[in-house]
Every structure is written in C-alpha cells, then in structure tokens.
Design a protein around this ligand. Sequence first.
Ligand code: UD1
Ligand code: CA
Length: 465
Amino acid sequence: METMETPVTVVILAAGLGTRMKSRKAKVLHSAGGRTLIEQVVATALELAPPERVFVVVGHQADAVRAAVRTPGIGFIRQEEQKGTGHALMVAREALSGLDGWLVVVYGDGPLLRAATLRSLIGAAAGNAAGVLLSAIMEDATGYGRVLRGVSNRVTAVVEQKAATAEQLAIREANMGIYCYRADLFWRHVDEIRPDNPAHEYYLTDMAEILNRAGHSMLAMQIEDPRECLGINNRVELAEADRLLRQRTAQHWMIEGVTIEKPDTVSIDAGVQIGMDTVVEPFARILGTTSIGENCRIGAGAILRDSVLADGVEIGAYTVVQTSRVGAGASVGPFARLRMDNEVGPGAHIGNFVELKKTSFGAGAKAGHLAYLGDAQIGEESNIGAGTITCNYDGKRKHPTAIGKGAFVGSNSTLVAPLEIGDGAYLAAGSVITEKVPADALALGRARQVVKPEWAARRRERQKP
Ligand code: UD1
Ligand code: CA
C-alpha cells in the first residue's frame, strides 16, 4: 500500500482515569501548553486525517472528555470497562472496520507526539508491512513493553514488563504504544487477541505476534527523541509536557519573526497568533485565543487573554488584558487592567492603575493615571483626568456613562451614572457630576473653597505646652 492518497484513520485511546494524577478530573482533561491533553492530541490527529476519520475511545468521564473536544465531526467510542489497549480497539470495530487505508493508534495522554513523526511512521509502513510500531532505545526501559525482533529486523512480538523473562528485560528497545496498521489486516485479526496474561487484559501489543503468525510483517521505527512519546501519568510529567510544548510554541513564533526575550519565561498558548516584529518581554503570558498584530510590544509580566491587538500596540509591563480589543498604535499600561469586553480605539493611551470594564474608549483618547471606567463610552480625543471614577453601580444595577468627543474630565471627577457628557464639555477637577452636561459646557460640582487667614498659625499657638 502506498502512503500518498491512502486515507488515514486515527484512533486516540483516552478511556483511562489516570489515578496517579490524584485528581477528580480525567487525566486527558488536564492542560499542557494551553489546551487539554485531549485537544492537543486531536489537533495532531487532524493534521493527518479529516474529522470524520478521527475517533476518541472514551470511558472515564466520557461526557466531559467529549465536551472538551470542540472540533465538530470527531467520532467517539465508548469503552465502558477498560479491559486493555486491545479491548479499546475491539470496541471500536463496528465504527471503524469499514474505513480502509491506514489505522493509526495513539494515546490521549501523549501530547508531545508530532504529526511529522506519525507521517514518518506511515511512511515506514508503506510497502509490504502490515504495521509499524514506534519504538525507542532507552537507557532504562522499565515499565515499557520490549520489542522482540526476528529475521530481517521484523518485530516478532512485544512482551510486557510483567511477562518478560530476565533475558527480555535486558532489551533496551521499548514499545512507545503508537502504531500504524493496515486497516484491513488489523480488523481481520484483532479478535485473535486473548486476555491470556496475569492481568486478564486484551493487549494491543499482541497484534505484533498475531500478524507475524499470519505471515504478515510487523516493523518498528525508532524515534530519536523518546521525550516525544512522554505519557502523562502525574503532575510532574504534566509540568514537563507543558514546558516542552511552550518551548515549541515559542520557537515557532521566533521562526515566524517574533522577538521573544528569555523565551523560557514566556507562556504562549497553542491558540495564539502573533505578527511579525512584535517583541515579547520576559514573563509575559499570552493566553487563549489572543491575536497580536505586527510591531507590537508586550511588556514584562503582562497577561493577555482572549484579546485582539492591532498593529503597533504597546502593552506596558504588568498589564492585564482580558476579552478586549485594542486598536492600532494604542498604548496600555504599565500596570493597567482591561478587565473584560473593552474596545480601545487606535492611538488611545491608557496609563498606570487605570481599570476599564465593558468600556469603549475612543481613538486618541487618554486616561493617563488612576481611573475606573466601567460601562462607559468615551469619545475620540477625550482626556480623562487622574482619579476619575464612573460610579456605574447603585448596589443593584449597572448604569452607563457616555462621554462625547474631545471632552475634558478633570482629575478626581466622580461621574454618577447614568450620565451623559456632551462633546467638548469640560468638567472641573474634583467634581461630583450627577446630571447631564451639554456639549461645550463647563460643569462644576464641588464645594466652594474657604480660606481662613492665620488659622493654622493660631492653632499652633494654642497647642504649645
Ligand atoms: C502500553 C503498552 C506498552 C508500551 C506502553 C507505552 C500495552 C498492553 N502495552 O502499556 O507495551 O510500552 O503502552 O506507554 O498496550 N487505555 C484505554 N482503554 C483501556 C486501556 C488503556 O483507553 O482499556 C488507554 C489509557 O487511557 C492510556 C493508554 O491507553 O492512555 C495506555 O494504556 P496503559 O494501560 O497505560 O498502557 P501501558 O501499561 O502504559
Ligand atoms: Ca501508560
């Protein structure tokens, strides 16, 4: 069978609970590199096969695992009782045996496996092989199945750790548990797997011996870096997978023209996009579906989640941006917070200790320091003074504040919503504004200043002992 044009079906085994995670959550629902293990493996599978040919075998927390896979069209197969890796395929028979071509089997807890490796595996199967397994030469192969080879390097069997003789245990070639089979031969012989081992499990590894016995050839392809096959069993391995996936993501963006300072300190999720010539400073976290334009700067320790930044945006150090959009050339921070659902216009400036929530902040507008703007609309080129607060909450409900274009809001203004401030209006510093201010008006809302000459000096005299 040839590789080109031959369809590929991928089966992801993900029915196990993963007791060693010590979690109420199924193992494959834990995240590494910014997505769940199962989403990561599904994404890899989708590089080889269309969704209709990708299947996940689910058991523990089947519904939750299913919900975590958001690509439409992926197939799910229920394995109610986990009676072994071979059994996981046996229950998939009905759904899969009509699909010709290559049958690739991977694990849901192996997020580091690359599609390129699976392509080479398929390439190695092309020709006369009935199947190929992925193996690695390990310093210490304890716990893995060992690969037994016969004439012309064909795999004659895989023996599990528990069943291996002392001689077999000395074999350093370990089975990684990742396979590519000729689908027709696989389904013809899968029922020959017997639970004749101390664990009474159906071992998928028995297929090597079964195919061999039937006169077909099973091969093994050695992988150079066995870390790619790291299966996540506990939180230590989860952290290692996270580190390696993020390293890969950072390298990808650097190759694409993004400067990343101290990349090991930066976290970029799998779903992120970053434009050319953007600079990412140390300890930045760019998360979720965030998309960043060209020529931006993301300051040290900034956290961006599910947000969209146009070109030339500057995010200062320790700024938090969540579900917000920032227009071209705008600058936000350092130490600013775009809490949720904000729209910051092009060229706008938001400075330190300014918080925005559900606010649309016009092009070229400025809020340089210490302000809270919630449920507000700020017109273009307006200036929001330091200490301005929109009082948007009356204890029960939220109310809007609308400020027109080119308005000047003096420092320490208290804007009691609902409120409208017209274009070009001017609010005196320290005002409490409760009523609508028409365009181009001046509004003052503060007590008149009182000056008592010599008062302080007299007080000091009085207080002398
Ligand atoms: C398996 C291989 C072993 C190989 C190792 C590599 C077998 C019998 N042995 O052992 O040769 O060296 O992988 O990691 O295959 N699963 C199901 N349903 C089941 C059983 C398992 O979905 O009924 C899933 C698990 O959730 C897990 C994966 O299959 O993600 C591997 O199963 P596991 O029991 O951990 O196999 P190993 O003992 O690691
Ligand atoms: Ca395992």
